[in-house]
Design a protein around this ligand. Structure first.
Ligand code: OOG
Ligand code: NI
Length: 487
């Protein structure tokens, strides 16, 4: 019987979610149209090397989703549903720390990890789970009531989970099973029409609107779906011209002289959506909630641990310089970008060659066939091989997220700041704990990028007859995920 492979399940799931979300949130459809126009415009620029960071077929279909769940059991079930489609947990993000307002969640992202799978369809889902045990947000009494509310709900049917496990075991499903799996999986993320208990929702909203969105209702839903664009500054300008209420800034690196690095994101305000509420007297009333929004992103080259350190330092320096400038005059988004770009232009090499040479970003390497041996044998040092022109770098796309930007996205769309009592103890929740919840390996993003680079260097060593492994510069620190969770 013909088998629908996992990547086709993933691509079709992304298509169906996109279709469903477009019907639920019409502004998303506008965003897709504008994104497409931006990408077409970039590709038609003379000498465009836009496809250096992914084929246009990949980029056009590329989305990330965001979902939020309440309990370790729900997180473990989500992991089974995504594993069916070849999406595995990568990275640990502690939004409780990264956000200034009340965001009581920790997160990971489910995504393909192999380069071939990413090229087929890179769909990824940023997945957050509540931490009701964290006393900075929840009292013991509220924790107990929240956990018992969550324990009574079922997000994923047994039928869906059985099909998911079957897909993982056989690396795909027969066409009948595939259709059923996709129908059930998509439906699990549809906005529910069930009545929301007004008092309960409101009580949680006092603590955090994210807590209310997750634990105030008996189902889950896709929070946003994000297309990828090749020029996010152009997209931002076009959306503003259409009078769409965008957040103030593009988060992440600035527009600067060098190539796109990591991730730049921006979003527009949550839209009020009609929902039904159950009142204290048992009556049912119509109302609305503003929890979902639109987001768009531009992806750049993955940074190494060293590059990430420079990025984090530049982010801090930018904040400081913006604060200083703001003391004299209000700082517009444009001025903010100028301040950041100036720092970047001073401190970050502005070419792929420079980023590779200083081990700031990840590349795969191929033998430079134009290179004439000049009497010297190629050395085993990667910087020497780059510097002497033996190898050519090809960028590896950043496939993950940035906790500060994620916190900014959460925050910019909250209906209230909520409460956070920083004098209370935190719940000890880290990457190792998350791995236990998931019941499967939690991948370290740096290790994945490193593995892709290493495989290419091993091929180069064979071709150039270099004995022993090619040496990359020693990292200056261990990977952040191994120590304190991805910062
Ligand atoms: C997730 C926010 C993070 C991103 O792109 O950084 C995110 C959420 O709002 O649930 O999606
Ligand atoms: Ni997002």
């Amino acid at each position: 019987m013909p088998i629908t492979p996992q990547w086709e399940l993933r691509a079709e799931f992304a298509r169906r979610l996109s279709h469903m979300y477009g019907k639920e949130v019409p502004a998303y459809t506008t965003l897709l149209e504008v994104s497409q126009a931006v990408n077409d415009a970039v590709l038609s620029r003379p000498g465009s090397d836009a496809e250096r960071l992914g084929s246009i077929a990949r980029v056009t279909a590329e989305r990330h989703g965001a979902i939020r769940v309440g309990t370790p059991q729900e997180m473990a079930q989500v992991a089974r549903v995504f594993a069916a489609m070849g999406m595995h947990p990568v990275g640990f993000y502690d939004l409780r720390e990264a956000a200034a307002s009340s965001v009581p969640v920790v997160s990971t992202a489910f995504r393909p990890t192999d380069p071939e799978e990413l090229a087929r369809n890179p769909f990824r889902v940023f997945t957050s789970m509540l931490v009701p045990a964290d006393r900075r947000f929840f009292s013991a009494d509220l924790q107990r009531r929240l956990e018992s509310f969550l324990a009574r709900r079922t997000l994923f049917t047994t039928e869906l989970l059985v099909l998911a496990d079957r897909a993982s075991e056989y690396r795909g499903l027969t066409s009948g099973d595939a259709e059923m799996f996709l129908t059930l999986a998509t439906a699990a993320f549809k906005l529910s029409t069930e009545a929301v208990d007004r008092a309960w929702y409101h009580e949680l909203e006092q603590v955090s609107s994210v807590a209310a969105d997750i634990g105030g209702v008996t189902s889950t839903h896709i929070n946003h779906l994000t297309p990828r664009v090749l020029d996010i500054d152009d997209l931002y300008a076009r959306m503003k011209r259409r009078s769409i209420d965008m957040i103030d800034t593009i988060q992440g690196p600035p527009r600067w002289a060098g190539p796109d690095l990591l991730l730049r994101q921006t979003s527009f305000r949550a839209l009020a959506e009609p929902r039904v509420f159950r009142e204290a007297d048992g009556s049912v009333e119509k109302g609305s909630l503003r929890v979902r929004f639109g987001e768009v992103e531009a992806r750049g080259i993955a940074a190494t641990v060293r590059g990430r350190e420079v990025y984090d330092r530049l982010t801090v320096e930018t904040e400081q310089a913006v604060r200083e400038a703001a003391a004299a005059a209000p700082v517009s988004a444009e001025v903010r970008n100028q301040i950041a770009a100036e720092l970047w232009n001073q401190q970050m090499p502005a070419t792929e060659q420079g980023l590779a040479l200083h081990d700031l970003a990840y590349f795969t390497y191929t033998v430079n066939t134009g290179k004439q041996p000049n009497g010297h044998a190629p050395s085993r040092s990667l910087p020497d091989l780059i510097d002497q022109g033996w190898v050519r770098p090809e960028p590896i796309v950043y496939e993950d997220f940035l906790p500060k930007s994620a916190a900014g996205i959460f925050q910019s769309n909250l209906t209230s700041d909520g409460r956070k009592d920083t004098t209370q103890s935190t719940a000890a929740v880290d990457a190792a704990w998350m791995e236990g919840v998931l019941g499967r390996p939690l991948h370290d993003p740096y290790a994945l990028y490193d593995g892709i680079r290493r495989a290419s260097l091993d091929r180069v060593a064979t071709e150039l007859h270099i004995r022993g492994p090619i040496e990359v510069p020693a990292p200056i620190a261990t990977s952040p995920i191994a120590t304190q969770g991805v910062k």
